[in-house]
Design a protein around this ligand. Structure first.
Ligand code: FE2
Length: 307
């Protein structure tokens, strides 16, 4: 192991192939929020990690629902898996996390990137939540640093800090595959936006180039797909090679300056995600609803003319 997280992640990928310790992956797609959740497991020990699960939410009625998360729960039971991690790639702004609901039923340590503290500070202020909201990441069981190693059964794994979409985004290399959150989308759709509070197009470019320095054959599992024009099926797995050759925003040869210009221009035309307000308030709390008020009910706030 060296001091260079990317070299170490590459070693993990190469060793996984060499020793034939290969993860199994089952993906779930939530069409309401265009989110892909993934279960990755070691087929020999049956240890598993759940990545970016979705809690349904109807903003008109303010009701949560478990239909999406229940599909994951049923799969874990059917395959007799032992969940050791509930991983979040970042504090999502377009769906609520189901990690606490799944954790209650299945266990596993709830983890996110260490810079979640920055996200909590920014959004704690935006939602004026007061001092009872701890901005120290304590809502999670573990906060990952860049280059930190972990395991899922016999699978070696590493967390990589890939900021830009938000300051806290992480990618997880597990065995010979990588779960890259909101950095890259499918080659025909491009890249994640970088205009949320704390987002940064230059950082996003640098994070993406880091990911694209992994071996070409490395399979990349995405957090979203929106079906590019002309494509009729959702797709959320690609490869480093396919992205380097064909990503419409950031294929090999696109300069940092050109990317930043494109990204910033494009972001000015994007509307805020439909579920931004509830998602951020819940996900900055590790997927827990805001603490119930004296009537026993949780409330979601909407700051008017703030974003
Ligand atoms: Fe996101």
């Amino acid at each position: 192991m060296t001091d260079d997280p990317l070299r170490n992640a590459t070693e993990i990928i190469e060793k996984s192939i060499e020793k034939d310790v290969i993860p199994s992956v089952k993906s779930f797609f939530d069409e309401a929020t265009f989110t892909a959740s993934h279960v990755v497991y070691d087929p020999t020990t049956r240890e598993a990690a759940i990545i970016d699960s979705v809690m349904d939410y109807d903003p008109a009625s303010g009701r949560t629902g478990e239909a999406s998360a229940r599909k994951i729960l049923d799969f874990i039971h059917a395959e007799s898996l032992n969940v050791v991690w509930q991983l979040e790639t970042h504090a999502h702004a377009d769906h609520l996390s189901a990690a606490p609901w799944l954790q209650e039923k299945l266990g596993g340590k709830l983890a996110i990137g260490a810079r979640i503290i920055d996200v909590q500070n920014v959004f704690g202020k935006i939602f004026n939540v007061g001092t009872d909201f701890a901005r120290d990441g304590s809502q999670f069981d573990h906060l990952f640093e860049d280059g930190e190693k972990f395991r899922v059964g016999k699978l070696e794994a590493m967390a990589l800090h890939v900021p830009g979409h938000t300051p806290a985004d992480m990618a997880y290399v597990i065995g010979n595959v990588a779960f890259i959150g909101d950095t890259l989308f499918m080659p025909d759709f491009g890249t994640a936006r970088a205009d949320f509070p704390g987002g940064d197009a230059r950082q996003l470019f640098q994070s993406i180039r880091r990911l694209l320095s992994l071996p070409r054959e490395t399979r990349l599992y995405l957090c979203h797909d929106y079906k590019a024009p002309g494509r009729d099926a959702f797709c959320f797995v690609t490869s480093v090679g396919a992205e380097r050759d064909g990503n419409i925003h950031v294929h090999d040869g696109v300069s940092e300056a050109a990317f930043i210009k494109m990204r910033q221009e494009r972001d000015t035309h994007l509307t805020m995600p439909h579920l931004l307000m509830p998602s951020v308030q819940v996900n900055m709390r590790g997927g827990h609803l805001p603490e119930a008020e004296d009537d026993g009910v949780s409330y979601i706030k909407i700051p008017v003319n703030r974003l």
